[in-house]
Design a protein around this ligand. Structure first.
Ligand SMILES: O=C(O)CCC(=O)C(=O)O
Length: 259
């Protein structure tokens, strides 16, 4: 559970750096499953350092990753941020190439949640660490930045950002509405995420959450992955009868993340 101080930091600034969350044994497992999964997902297009690779990590071939959404180190803070009806949406892995431009991770300020991001190598200010614009999950700052992006005024290195330097084992939690970017990363920057969505609290939030579900559905195509179910049958089967996962699956069916 997070302290009041940590919650205040997250709510006010939109992010929180959590140190030494994973043990070295867990890091070994994270690296091993990452390597095998990213290679097998892209046999049709092996990584050559020119194009980002992305893969969901919810299948039987990544048993440690596929149970992480239920891990209380993440699910409990997610509930502290957005309430007990928050739902786990994805665990994924990425091989990033180059810089990442300023963006939030949601289509609208009315659709939100938390992303827990962890890098498998050390990352610093000039080597691909996540940089964030503190407070940019709040209005009107959030939408002012959308306008500035339209006008091409969001210069990558010049924005007054906080850089979340991290070592393997550290985790950066951030509100999906927070504007973020990265600069100077190596051409195979390994980063994984766990994402939880807020359960919509009013009709506006429900409308955009359903729109977000439609937008998420094209992710496989965007990364050049062959057509496949959005969620593995084994994850949906929930053979360990995890109560949180069972509840999330119901919510995801209701909101059409799972069709
Ligand atoms: O590490 C990066 O380059 C950016 C990560 C990011 O944009 C994200 O996880 O949403």
């Amino acid at each position: 559970m997070l302290s009041e101080e940590q919650l205040f930091h997250f709510k006010t600034f939109g992010f929180l750096v959590m140190r030494e969350v994973f043990t070295s044994h867990e890091l070994h497992t994270l690296n091993t499953e990452f390597e095998a999964r990213l290679e097998s997902a892209y046999t049709h297009m092996p990584f050559d350092g020119t194009k980002r690779h992305w893969a969901p990590m919810l299948g039987v071939d990544t048993p440690f990753y596929s149970g992480l959404l239920e891990d209380p180190r993440f699910s409990e803070p997610a509930e502290q941020f957005y309430g007990e009806d928050v739902f786990g949406i994805i665990c994924d892995a990425n091989r990033y190439v180059g810089d990442t431009r300023w963006h939030p991770d949601t289509i609208s300020h009315h659709q939100y949640g938390v992303k827990f991001a962890f890098y498998l190598e050390p990352v610093g200010a000039e080597t691909g660490a996540l940089r964030v614009l503190p407070g940019s999950h709040h209005q009107p700052y959030h939408d002012e930045l959308r306008q500035a992006r339209e006008e091409e005024r969001l210069e990558l290195a010049q924005m007054p950002a906080y850089v979340c330097e991290s070592e393997p084992g550290d985790v950066v939690a951030f509100d999906l509405r927070l504007w973020h970017a990265s600069l100077g990363g190596a051409d195979d920057r390994r980063m994984c995420t766990l994402v939880y969505y807020n359960y919509p609290k009013n009709p506006d939030e429900e409308t955009v959450t359903r729109e977000q579900a439609l937008s998420n559905a094209s992710t496989f195509e965007r990364f050049g992955l062959p057509p496949q179910p959005k969620y593995p049958a084994t994850w949906i089967a929930n053979s360990t009868n995890h109560p949180k996962r069972a509840k999330w699956i119901e919510t995801m069916k209701e909101l059409e993340f799972i069709r």
